[in-house]
Ligand binder design. Structure first.
Ligand code: NAD
Length: 279
């Protein structure tokens, strides 16, 4: 990216860089997507995380078109849905996503879930490498992959995923997957960075204490914890005020003690599906 983005970026093994903070649109109503993504772009976000299954790629595309922001300043991720895994379907799926987004290419294309019972993720990974070679995406990666799934992909000897997008927040830190991914040069994207609002992170004393100490909100503290742990995040909100709040996290730093106290909130607190259960 040349860039109107002034926040931190993370280097990927594809040679590209990705803005460390983006805006996610899971469960954003298709009818409201253009409006809230337009707000996010106006507020300074340049990285948008969507997926075919979210049903809102058209809204993301309309917001991009209306923004007038140069394509090279934007970072757009979408994902291959489970029922489109396999070679032919994956090629059709990226074409459908690009059409809905109104783009010639995305910046990052991910296998959304391993769906091990389908057992098509290795074939799909080969298709993603071809999609990248065809110029339809700059980088390719995976989502919700456990170590066992990554090991199988890596054993095939093709491209190494640029990212693994996994559920990650203080109550579920997935340390084994994170360590394995990073040891292979795979960056970590944390989905549900705020625990989807389902996990009571914002009343934890380690979070509220750091928020008071820095004059920030609990959500900003949790997002800052992610940044200082080198995670890429794209919190979602339907409220413009919260979308702005979630980007205002570059002007303070948590101490090592504050990071450690928040990290001690680990309790296997998964709020989404287990990757081996979603097929
Ligand atoms: P999130 O952790 O971002 O939580 C979103 C919820 O947190 C909001 O609905 C709101 O209730 C609350 N919230 C947001 N900002 C807040 C603030 N400042 N103060 C108080 N509460 C606030 O959860 P998410 O949306 O599931 O995750 C973020 C993105 O990750 C998604 O939008 C999507 O792009 C991606 N994602 C990917 C997968 C996957 O399987 N790859 C799964 C889920 C989400």
């Amino acid at each position: 990216m040349t860039t109107s983005w002034t926040g931190p970026v993370v280097p990927l093994n594809s040679g590209a860089t990705i803005p460390q903070v983006g805006f996610g649109v899971f469960k954003v109503d298709p009818a409201e997507t253009e409006h809230i993504v337009s707000d996010a772009l106006e507020l300074g976000y340049r990285h948008i995380d969507t997926a075919a299954i979210y049903g809102n790629e058209e809204g993301v595309g309309r917001a991009i078109a209306a923004s007038g922001i140069p394509r090279e300043d934007l970072y757009i991720t979408t994902k291959l849905w489970n029922s489109d895994q396999g070679t032919t379907s994956a090629h059709d799926a990226i074409d459908a996503s690009l059409e809905k987004l109104g783009l010639d290419f995305v910046d990052l294309y991910l296998i959304h879930w391993p769906t091990p019972r389908r057992d098509l993720y290795r074939e799909s990974w080969k298709a993603l490498q071809q999609i990248q070679a065809d110029g339809k995406t700059t980088s390719i990666g995976v989502s919700n992959f456990l170590v066992e799934h990554l090991e199988k992909l890596l054993a095939d000897g093709g491209a190494v995923p640029a990212v693994n997008q996994i559920e990650l927040h203080p109550a579920l830190q997935q340390r084994e997957v994170v360590e394995f991914s990073r040891s292979h040069g795979i960056q970590i994207e944390a989905w549900g960075p705020l625990g989807q609002g389902k996990y009571p992170l914002f009343v934890e004393p380690s979070v509220t204490g750091a928020a008071a100490a820095h004059g920030k909100t609990p959500a900003q503290v949790v997002l800052r914890w992610h940044l200082q742990n080198n995670n890429i995040v794209f919190p979602k909100s339907n409220s413009r005020a919260r979308v702005a709040e979630n980007l205002d996290i570059f002007d303070f730093e948590l101490t090592d003690g504050e990071i450690a106290a928040i990290s001690s909130l680990e309790r296997d607190g998964r709020v989404g599906s287990h990757p081996n259960d979603l097929n």
